[in-house]
Structures are given as structure tokens and as C-alpha cells.
Design a protein around this ligand. Structure first.
Ligand code: NAP
Length: 337
């Protein structure tokens, strides 16, 4: 199975390490050996049609800053479009940064790959949040698979849970905590009376929040994940513009205190029922969604089995790379069939 990896940052490099360390296991358990034939970053590409030595790609990236600087296999200046168009492979891994304004460069990479009838696996939320219905249609028209397990819940199999465990059932509504940064901040505000600014600084020091945290704080990250959930688990055709979004910026210590007095905690909750919305809500202690720290939790109200909740870590390099690995195995299974 030949793969092109576009983006070689935290997720790409963790995936490379996992693929190297699990070669024997993948062959034994699933009977295949994924070969990364090209890796692309912002400076260019590294290509070997026979399959790259990923330890070598990691070493070049670490020592020289770009895989394109490999003296033999590097192609400085070769961009992702050229690689997706020109290098023979069954699957493209799209692992570039989330840019919510226009979904680029991921959106163009995914469209080019699908048009070329290549399967796509991505962890990049933006292209899906902006254009999920049309990308799903494009994938189906071109008989290609579009997989995105790592976009919601990092390594926690929230989307796979629905796809693999609820066959024949129907999801009536979804409610969840989908952003670890805001959950950490709200938890610190409630448990140790830390002001929001100080809790945010702590989250940044601990590496949970970006230098510019507005994407998390203002609810955009939760909204993107909600769009992906609504489309993929409930058959809704929605995109970001359909989501009513209110982040946690205006949550005060008084709000936190009032919730505490009522035996609740304020959480940033994403909901898909009649509409799609993100807003801070009071959740009673003891409710499955009342989880602390950086955890994510999603409750599905189902037609046949009542309410089911999945809880786990919502991000992380290794965890999210493990979701890409699950998708690679799924694509391989589909190809084998
Ligand atoms: N990290 C997590 O825990 C996590 C969890 C869930 C989802 N995600 C999502 O997964 C994606 C990747 O995350 P990450 O943490 O690995 O990001 P990252 O560390 O910033 O890495 C991004 C990579 O994409 C490359 N890149 C950027 N623009 C490109 C272009 N036009 N063509 C080719 N390569 C390009 C960068 O190249 P350079 O190396 O040259 O800069 C870098 O290698 C993001 O969309 C993120 O939101 C991340």
C-alpha cells in the first residue's frame, strides 16, 4: 500500500515513528506493509517510489529542517499539488495545519487527491468544516475513500464508535465536550478559583493551548468538530456557517460560582439536535459529560440503546497519529475487499 504524506509536523512525525515501530505487527495482524513513497513539507518533498526509510526522513527533518534537503531523495521547491498529481500512490495523508478562514492548503490537497481517485486520510478539520458535504460527494463520485478519524477526539475513537458499534441504530442527538483547552480552563476556574486569564496561561505553559488561543476559546474548534460529527454520524448536510457559536470568553467567576452552588459545572458544550450550536452550559456533577481536565466526552442519544458516552483524551501527537493508523488499516481492508 503506497501513501503520500503531506505535512510532516507533530502528527506526521509521530505517525512515521509508529509505522517504523509497528512494521512486523502490521504485517502479522493485517497482512500488509504501508509504504510512504513521498513526504512533503513547506520547503519541498522527499520521494522514493519503492518506499522511504522513515528513520532517514525523520533524521533529515530534524537536522536540516526539511525533508527536501535529503541529498539524494530530496526535491526542494516541489509542492504538494505536484506530488499528489505526479507520484504513484493509492492514498494521500493530509496532515497540514488547520486554517479556518478558507480551509487551505488542505482543501486543495484533498480535492486534487480525490479527483485523481486517491483515497484521503486527514486530521485537518478546516476543509471538512467548510466543505464536508461536497467533499463526501466528490469522494463518492470518484469511488475514493475519505477518512478523518483523527479530526474529532484525537485518538479517542468517537467517530469509529458510531461507524463500527452502532450499525442499524440511529443517532437522535449529540452533546459533547470537544475541546480540551477550554475544558482545562473551566475546570481550573471551578476547582481552584483560578481566574480565566491565569488558567489560560497555565494551559499555554503546559502545551494544551496555542499562542493564539482564540480558535479554542471562541468555540470555533468545537464548532468544526461538531460539523464533522453532524455530517458523518447523523447524515446532516451542514457546514460551519450553520453553527450558532458562543465561546467561553464571557464566562465569569460569578457564573462558575452560581453553577457550583447548584451542584453543576460550566462546560463548553457542542450540541446537534434540531440545530447545531456551541455554548457554555451548566452540567450537573455526576452527569457523564461532567468530566475535568483536558478530557473530551461525547454523548450520543440513540434510538435503540439510549444514551451512550465516549470519553478520552482529545488531542496529542501519538494519540492522533494512532487514529491515522486506524484509518490506514481501514483503507487497506477496503482495498483488499
Ligand atoms: N497536534 C495534535 O494534537 C492534533 C490533534 C488533532 C488534529 N490535529 C490536526 O492535524 C493537522 C496537523 O497537525 P500538526 O500538529 O502535525 O501540525 P504541525 O506540527 O504544525 O505540522 C504541519 C505540517 O504541515 C506542513 N505544511 C504546512 N503547509 C504546507 C503546504 N502548503 N504543503 C505541504 N506541507 C505543509 C508543515 O511544514 P513545515 O514542517 O515545513 O512547517 C508541517 O510539516 C492540523 O490540521 C491539526 O489541526 C492535530
Amino acid at each position: 500500500m503506497r501513501l503520500i504524506m503531506v505535512g510532516f509536523g507533530t502528527i506526521g512525525q509521530n505517525l512515521a515513528r509508529i509505522l517504523e515501530s509497528k512494521k512486523k505487527q502490521l504485517l502479522r495482524e493485517f497482512g500488509f506493509h504501508p509504504r510512504i513513497v513521498a513526504v512533503v513539507d513547506t520547503a519541498g518533498a522527499m520521494i522514493n517510489p519503492e518506499g522511504l526509510d522513515l528513520n532517514r526522513a525523520l533524521a533529515v527533518k530534524q537536522t536540516k529542517g526539511s525533508v527536501a534537503k535529503d541529498p539524494e531523495l530530496g526535491r526542494l521547491g516541489m509542492d504538494a499539488q505536484e506530488v499528489i498529481e505526479g507520484v504513484e500512490a493509492e492514498t494521500v495523508l493530509e496532515l497540514t495545519p488547520t486554517r479556518i478562514v478558507d480551509g487551505e492548503p488542505g482543501l486543495s490537497h484533498i480535492k486534487t487527491a480525490l479527483r485523481r481517485r486517491r483515497h484521503v486520510i486527514t486530521t485537518n478539520k478546516a476543509p471538512l468544516a467548510i466543505a464536508m458535504p461536497s467533499l463526501m460527494e466528490m469522494a463518492s463520485y470518484n469511488k475514493a475513500l475519505l477518512k478523518f478519524s483523527g479530526t474529532v477526539g484525537g485518538g479517542t475513537p468517537i467517530l469509529d464508535f458510531v461507524r463500527k458499534c452502532l450499525n442499524g441504530n440511529r443517532i437522535e442527538s449529540v452533546r459533547g465536550i470537544l475541546n480540551g483547552t477550554t475544558n482545562y480552563i473551566l475546570t481550573r476556574m471551578a476547582e481552584s478559583d483560578t481566574p480565566m486569564d491565569a488558567a489560560l496561561k497555565e494551559a499555554q505553559v503546559l502545551g494544551y493551548a496555542e499562542a493564539d488561543p482564540s480558535y479554542d476559546i471562541d468555540g470555533m474548534d468545537t464548532a468544526c468538530k461538531l460539523v464533522i460529527l453532524a455530517n458523518s454520524t447523523m447524515g446532516r448536510e451542514v457546514s460551519l456557517k450553520d453553527v450558532e457559536i458562543k465561546g467561553i470568553r464571557e464566562v465569569t467567576r460569578e457564573d462558575i460560582e452560581a453553577a457550583r452552588k447548584k451542584g453543576s459545572r460550566i462546560k463548553l458544550i457542542g450540541t446537534v439536535d434540531g440545530g447545531v450550536s456551541v455554548r457554555p452550559e451548566a452540567v450537573p456533577l455526576g452527569h457523564p459529560l461532567c468530566i475535568g481536565g483536558t478530557l473530551n466526552a461525547v454523548s450520543f442519544r440513540t434510538e435503540l440503546t439510549g444514551e451512550l458516552t465516549v470519553v478520552g483524551k482529545g488531542a496529542g501527537g501519538v494519540e492522533t497519529a494512532s487514529a491515522v493508523l486506524r484509518d490506514i488499516v481501514d483503507v487497506r481492508r477496503a482495498l483488499a475487499q
